[in-house]
Design a protein around this ligand. Structure first.
Ligand SMILES: NC(=O)c1ccc[n+]([C@@H]2O[C@H](COP(=O)([O-])OP(=O)(O)OC[C@H]3O[C@@H](n4cnc5c(N)ncnc54)[C@H](OP(=O)(O)O)[C@@H]3O)[C@@H](O)[C@H]2O)c1
Length: 301
C-alpha cells in the first residue's frame, strides 16, 4: 500500500487512463484524475469508486489543449499539496489537421506534446530533490518509426509528408506527436540526470474499447473496427504504465522506452540528441518557457 503517494493521471476519464487510475488507486495511492469535462470526471470517479471502494480520488478539470489550463493545473497540483510523486501523461487526441485551439495551436500538437512538455517541466521544477516517476504514454515504436517528426513543421501546417489518404492524415499528425513524446522522454531524462526523478516512455499496446478513434472517419475507422476482435482491452494497456509507475524492478531506471514491461530500442531519429534538442528548444518557445531547466519557474498559473 502507498498511502503517502499521489499519482496524477491525465486523460483519466476513460480508456487506458481510467484503467491506470483504477490500478494505482487499488494500490493505495491518492489518484488525481485530470480531464476536461466535469461530467466525465464525475462519471469516471463513480466507476472507479464502484470498482475500488477505498479509492482516494481527486479530480482536476483542465483542457490540456490549452497552455493556460496546463499552467493553472501545475499551479493547483503544487499549491496546497506536495508535488505528485507519480505522473502518468496519458491524455491524447487525434484531431483534424486543420483544427486549432483558441490559443491558435494545432490541437493534436497542443494536447499530445505541448501539454506533457509544459506540465512535466513545471512539476519537475517543484519536485527539487524529491523522488518521482514520470511515465509518458507514447505510441507503437515500430509503426511510428516510419513517421519521423518534421522539425520544421511541428503542427503539420504544410501537410508535407502526410500520407495520400485524407482520412488518414489526422492519424499521421497524431503519430508524429506520439514520436515527439518519445523524443521528449529522451530530452527530459537527460536534463533530469542526477535528480531523483525518472522519466520513461511506454507503448501500451494496440487497445480496443477506448475513445481514441471515436471521431475518426473513413479508412481509420474501418481499420479500427476490423482489428477490434484481435485486440486486448484497456486493462492490458494499463499494465506496463502502472508497472513503470510503481514497480521496484524499475527503480532508478530512466530515459528508456518499454513495451510489455521490456525495454526496447526505438528508431534513431527518436533518440538523436541534436533532433531531440531541436524539438526541446522549439517546444520551450511555443509554451513560453526558457529552454534551460535551471531557469526559475516564474511561469505558473
Ligand atoms: N488505444 C490504443 O490502441 C493506443 C495505442 C497506442 C497508444 N495509445 C495511447 O494511449 C493513451 C490513451 O489513449 P486511449 O486509447 O485510452 O484513448 P481515449 O479513451 O480517447 O483516452 C484519451 C483520454 O485523453 C483525454 N483527453 C483528450 N483530450 C483532452 C484534453 N484536451 N484535455 C484533457 N483530457 C483530454 C480524454 O478525455 P475525454 O474523455 O474528455 O475525451 C481521455 O480521457 C494515449 O496517449 C494514446 O495515444 C493508445
Amino acid at each position: 500500500m502507498h498511502r503517502t503517494s499521489t499519482a496524477v493521471v491525465t486523460g483519466g476519464t476513460g480508456g487506458i487512463g481510467e484503467a491506470i487510475a483504477r490500478r494505482l488507486a487499488a494500490d493505495g495511492r491518492t489518484v488525481v484524475l485530470v480531464g476536461r469535462s466535469d461530467q466525465r470526471l464525475d462519471a469516471a470517479r463513480r466507476r472507479l469508486t464502484a470498482a475500488v471502494p477505498e479509492a482516494d480520488l481527486r479530480s482536476e478539470r483542465a483542457d490540456l489543449s490549452l497552455l493556460a489550463d496546463v499552467r493553472a493545473l501545475a499551479g493547483r497540483l503544487t499549491a496546497r499539496h506536495a508535488p505528485p510523486d507519480v505522473v502518468v501523461s496519458n491524455a491524447a487526441v487525434i484531431a483534424e489537421v486543420g483544427d486549432t485551439t483558441a490559443e491558435g495551436i494545432q490541437r493534436t500538437l497542443a494536447t499530445n506534446h505541448l501539454a506533457p512538455y509544459l506540465l512535466l517541466r513545471l512539476l519537475a521544477g517543484h519536485l527539487g530533490d524529491r523522488p518521482a516517476r514520470f511515465v509518458v504514454v507514447c505510441g507503437a515504436p515500430r509503426a511510428l518509426a516510419r513517421m519521423p517528426v518534421d522539425l520544421d513543421d511541428l503542427d503539420c501546417a504544410t501537410g508535407r509528408g502526410l500520407g495520400p489518404v485524407p482520412s488518414l492524415r489526422p492519424f499521421d499528425c497524431y503519430g508524429r506527436t506520439k514520436n515527439m513524446n518519445a523524443m521528449f522522454v529522451n530530452g527530459l531524462a537527460r536534463r533530469l540526470d542526477g535528480t531523483r526523478i525518472t522519466v520513461n516512455g511506454v507503448h501500451p499496446g494496440v487497445i480496443k474499447g477506448t475513445g481514441l478513434v471515436r471521431s475518426s472517419r473513413g479508412t481509420l475507422r474501418i481499420l479500427a473496427a476490423a482489428l477490434s476482435p484481435f485486440l486486448r482491452g484497456p486493462d492490458a494497456g494499463a499494465d506496463t504504465p502502472v508497472w513503470l509507475a510503481s514497480s521496484p524492478e524499475v527503480e532508478g531506471v530512466t530515459g528508456r522506452f518499454f513495451v510489455r514491461r521490456k525495454p526496447v530500442t526505438i528508431a534513431p531519429h527518436l533518440t538523436d540528441p541534436t533532433r531531440c534538442d531541436r524539438l526541446w528548444n522549439e517546444s520551450a518557445h511555443l509554451v513560453g518557457l526558457s529552454p534551460s531547466m535551471a531557469a526559475p519557474a516564474d511561469d505558473e498559473g
